[in-house]
Ligand binder design. Structure first.
Ligand code: URA
Length: 263
């Protein structure tokens, strides 16, 4: 590698790092906790014999994602519109899901929607069509929007935590969530909905940075960076447990009341 190439790489990394730090600051993060369980050499331990100040409180990595992807966050933070964000994602190879996907399933709907639904990740139908919630679970979500809330699908915005289909529709893994989450965060920042409905445990736990089960989270308002967030059960779960549709309907009625939607 020539000196020029190496210097160019270092400059690019530095730019990425600076943009990432700015992005973190914009989200209120101003420090990192000391990594747990790191062993230190005796010399190092002697040098650090003074009592440590308390670690700053930071809103990172308490939930499913292992961490937030550094460069993904920097790239996402620069996008001003959904189109720019989609472009920034490009032909993404940031996690191990890319070889198995047909389409990146970015999101769909009104870019100025007051109501945003966030699901888990694309299934087979979504992967083939490149649009979230178009399979059987999607039909149920669409019914909820159109027949339940009397809105059109085009009135709301729909996205997922991860944008590529996991093999055999398995659960998203922490590293996959970490790679993809900056793009969801930016989607939310750009759309700036009044209310987010988190569909199922992965969406709710990822956005709320919690491990609490969906049964404890649903039915109550939570705060996501100043936006009201209502967790509810995932439509795919409802396909298997139709008796619980009444719980989701109760959650949706709270959302409708918040948005002033009357039937
Ligand atoms: N399930 C999800 O969570 N998202 C989709 O887009 C489809 C099914």
């Amino acid at each position: 590698m020539g000196l020029d190439t190496a210097q160019g790489d270092v400059r690019r990394w530095a730019r990425g790092l600076r943009a990432y730090v700015e992005y973190l600051r914009s989200t209120g993060v101003d420090g990192f906790p000391r990594a747990a369980g790191v062993s230190r050499s005796p010399e190092r331990a002697r040098c650090e014999a003074r009592p440590e100040p308390p670690a700053p409180a930071v809103p990172v990595a308490t939930a499913s994602p292992a961490s937030v992807d550094l460069f993904g966050a920097a790239v996402a933070g620069r996008a001003r519109t959904l189109e720019e964000l989609r472009e920034a994602i490009g032909d993404c190879r940031r996690c191990k899901l890319w070889p198995g996907r047909t389409h990146i399933v970015f999101g769909v709907g009104n870019p100025r929607a007051q109501l945003m639904f966030v699901g888990e990740g694309p299934g087979r139908d979504e992967d083939l069509q490149g649009e979230p919630f178009v399979g059987r679970a999607g039909q149920l979500l669409t019914d909820m929007i159109t027949r339940g809330m009397r809105l059109r699908r085009e009135d709301v915005y729909i996205a997922n935590v991860i944008k590529c289909r996991p093999p055999e529709n398995r659960n998203p893994e922490p590293d996959e969530i970490a790679s993809c989450e900056p793009f969801l965060v930016r989607q939310i920042e750009i759309v700036r909905p009044r209310v987010i409905v988190a569909l199922g445990k992965f969406a709710a736990q990822t956005l709320l940075r919690t491990h609490l089960p969906i049964s404890q989270l649903r039915g109550k308002w939570h705060d996501y960076r100043g936006i009201k967030l209502m967790p509810t059960l995932h439509p795919a779960y409802l396909l298997r447990n139709p008796a619980d549709k009444r719980l989701v309907w109760a959650d949706i009625q709270l959302v409708m009341a918040e948005l002033g939607i009357r039937r």
